[in-house]
Design a protein around this ligand. Sequence first.
Ligand SMILES: NC(=O)c1ccc[n+]([C@@H]2O[C@H](COP(=O)([O-])OP(=O)(O)OC[C@H]3O[C@@H](n4cnc5c(N)ncnc54)[C@H](OP(=O)(O)O)[C@@H]3O)[C@@H](O)[C@H]2O)c1
Length: 252
Amino acid sequence: MTSLPTPSRTAVVTGASSGIGAATARRLAAAGYHVYCAARRGDRIADLADEIGGTAVACDVTSEESVAHLASVVGDRLDVLVNNAGGAFGAAPVAEADGDDWRRMYEVNVIGLMQVTKALLPALVATGAGAILNVGSTAGRIAYEGGAGYTAAKHGTQVVTETLRLELWDQPVRVMEIAPGMVKTDEFALVRFEGDRAKADAVYAGVAAPLTADDIADAITWMVTRPPHVNVDELVIRPRAQAAQHKVHREG
Ligand SMILES: NC(=O)c1ccc[n+]([C@@H]2O[C@H](COP(=O)([O-])OP(=O)(O)OC[C@H]3O[C@@H](n4cnc5c(N)ncnc54)[C@H](OP(=O)(O)O)[C@@H]3O)[C@@H](O)[C@H]2O)c1
């Protein structure tokens, strides 16, 4: 009997142009996935897709039209979706908060995640063993001064994940969340502080070994490659030096 070739496994990673998303795209490609690398900066994802043999799709997750284009490129089957696009903008206390920053954070961390999930869900169901991995944060578990806009958005990521797991209880799709603590990536803190290098560096000052993007990518790859009946609901992951959000061991 002639056997048909097994279709290669596919994954979508949003926010693949830097940090955790780029590292995850590399890890998933090494694990045998064809990775659709999605982000707004097309030049960066084109280089990454070349490097890992994937496909670059310029996509703004906050735009329904752009997400529809991503779904059309992916087609009717998808094994893994990593909703990683996100970030923090500003660190003002509530009394001085900038409404535009708050709206942008909700747009990318919650609405963007919803739009991409909604558009790709039929393809994830179609494989009979889909996996959705949302990148939340320990900011979705606690509160800290100056963090309300981001913590509110990342709490949103968490509850949307929980809700989706309940709603898909009879569907062949796992729904998981990773909640990292301090991860030293090139851009996260710089974006938050609008390019202010001193403020960005202060986040990691004296911390001997913050987590790296690749640490998170490694954990994500482990989660999504468990057997289809194993749902790692949530994984909270921090550097050893960060016992809690406010209790970080800094040297010097
Ligand atoms: N670093 C940390 O300490 C930490 C801790 C916990 C959780 N996280 C979460 O981990 C995720 C990745 O963070 P990171 O540290 O890797 O930061 P990063 O390097 O700033 O990456 C953010 C990524 O999101 C993409 N992105 C932003 N807005 C987008 C949009 N509208 N449409 C599509 N892509 C968009 C960016 O690409 P483009 O600009 O090219 O679109 C970029 O690739 C985020 O969800 C973040 O909240 C980070």
